[in-house]
Design a protein around this ligand. Structure first.
Ligand code: PMP
Length: 453
């Protein structure tokens, strides 16, 4: 009864993100009620393993009392402090300093936001400011990658390259350009690392040439393309692209909103890739989803140009909730948890997850298995030889998500037949094994479904 009335209220009043409104009205909401570790409980009392850590954000896992205490303590002491007017508060200052200490290279300046989309939006503003300050205002063109995701703000959604973020919204803008994805499983250049890297380098050079000399401001890349379907570029790809941007005098933005905070193993994927970006964007794992927060990391050399150019004037970019004390207090506690065992556990659990998924390669539906650390995917196809995707009209993804749910597993079922995994880093061996077993059950049941194959 409780649940039914919530479903009706939801249908009447709550607009869901990235949803078919009509489809959702028909289906009705599934209400989540509580969670502990990697297990969530719905409003009817059913327990499910959260193989996706909410929306790849609850990296620490659910139910950490120390995080709750940190937030409560801060709320009691000082629930809000503006960072305008030269004011500040201890947790935000300390978190900025701790993050700068751990960031690769000279990414020493931190700008706090509310999440990933406004972190991306902030980089676009800072980058325009930077080039104008350098006396090259014509550097106002931006390049990102097909199947990339950079948020849902108007500007960020134009850098995002997923069709339903554009259709009907009148974006991308004409200053937003794309190059092909370095997608090893479906790449016209072939599937070997050298060919894929060379193709991406050639594509970026050609795009810059086509846009015009001294016109490109920045290039955006995710170390692993998350929302595009967990696309893992070959080793060396990030480094090659970063080096080319330096050669072409283009700023390089590494979007670590998903990959940051232990998702792929280390605190930042850029560390493994051996690169230092000019900007790094983060969110999600920064506060492990307990409260909203994002962070833009800005390199020293960019900061100095902006600061010198503004001089005594204000750089007019800010949010009411920039550097929010409660979010910062949570961020500090989450960082402690990562470094007191969670990162280590994530690496161990990630290896178990990857090995288990690799063992599914022989399954008749599995065309590809890919991932790094606790970020992984299997790509389902109806014909492994031809790599034919599952039939879109059969709503295969929705049916697979529903089936996994019935099996007690939450995974991300992307529209293109990709199943995405991003479990909390706290997963035990039993949690990982449950994720794998429930995946096998789901795949076997899908195999029996004549409409999906
Ligand atoms: N960048 C990337 C790489 C993301 O994956 C996301 C969110 N999935 C964003 C930006 C936007 O973050 P948010 O949803 O917190 O606004």
């Amino acid at each position: 009864m409780y649940n039914n009335s919530l479903i009706a209220l939801d249908r009447a009043h709550l607009i869901h993100p990235v949803a078919s409104y009509r489809g959702h009205e028909q289906q009705g909401v599934r209400v989540l009620a509580s969670a502990k570790g990697a297990t969530v409980t719905d409003a009817s009392g059913r327990q499910l393993i959260d193989g996706f850590a909410g929306l790849w954000c609850v990296n620490a896992g659910y139910g950490h009392d120390s995080i709750v205490e940190a937030a409560a303590r801060q709320m009691r002491e000082l629930p809000y402090a503006t960072a305008y007017f030269g004011l500040g508060c201890e947790p935000a200052i300390r978190l900025a300093s701790e993050l700068a200490d751990r960031a690769p290279g000279d990414l020493n300046h931190i700008y706090f936001t509310l999440g990933g989309s406004d972190a991306i939006d902030s980089t676009v503003r800072f980058i325009r400011y930077y080039w104008i300050a350098k006396g090259r205002p014509q550097r106002d063109q931006f390049i990102s990658i097909e199947q990339g995701y950079h948020g849902s703000s108007t500007v960020g959604a134009g850098l995002t390259a997923l069709p339903n973020f554009h259709a009907g919204f009148g974006i991308p803008f004409d200053w937003q350009h794309k190059i092909p994805s370095p997608y090893p499983y479906r790449n016209p250049a072939g599937d070997d690392a050298t060919s894929i890297i060379e193709a991406s380098l050639a594509a970026l050079r050609a795009k810059v040439e086509a846009i015009g000399p001294d016109r490109v401001a920045a290039f955006y890349a995710e170390p692993i393309q998350g929302s595009g379907g967990v696309i893992v570029p070959p080793k060396g790809w990030m480094k090659a692209m970063r080096d080319l941007c330096r050669e072409l005098d283009i700023l390089f933005v590494a979007d670590e909103v998903i990959t940051g905070f232990g998702r792929t193993g280390p605190l930042f994927a850029c560390s493994d890739d051996g690169i230092v970006a000019d900007f790094m964007t983060t969110a999600k794992g920064l506060t492990s989803g307990y409260v909203p927060m994002g962070a833009v990391f800005m390199a020293d050399h960019v900061y100095q140009v902006i600061a010198d150019s503004a001089g005594a004037s204000a750089v007019g970019h800010g949010y009411t909730y920039s550097a929010h004390p409660v979010s910062a207090a949570v961020g500090l506690e989450v960082l402690k948890l990562y470094e007191n065992g969670l990162l280590e556990n994530g690496i161990k659990a990630g290896a178990r997850l990857m090995a288990g998924l690799e063992a599914l390669r022989d399954h008749p539906l599995v065309g590809d298995v890919r991932g790094r650390g606790m970020l992984a995917a299997i790509e389902l196809v109806s014909d492994k030889k031809t790599k034919t995707p599952l039939p879109a009209e059969a709503q295969a993804s929705r049916r697979i998500f529903d089936r996994a749910w019935d099996n007690g597993l939450i995974v991300r079922a992307f529209a293109n037949g990709v199943l995405g995994y991003a479990p909390p880093l706290c997963c035990t061996d039993q949690d990982i094994d449950a994720i794998l077993e429930r995946t096998v059950d789901t795949l076997d049941q899908t195999l029996e479904d004549p409409d999906v194959r």
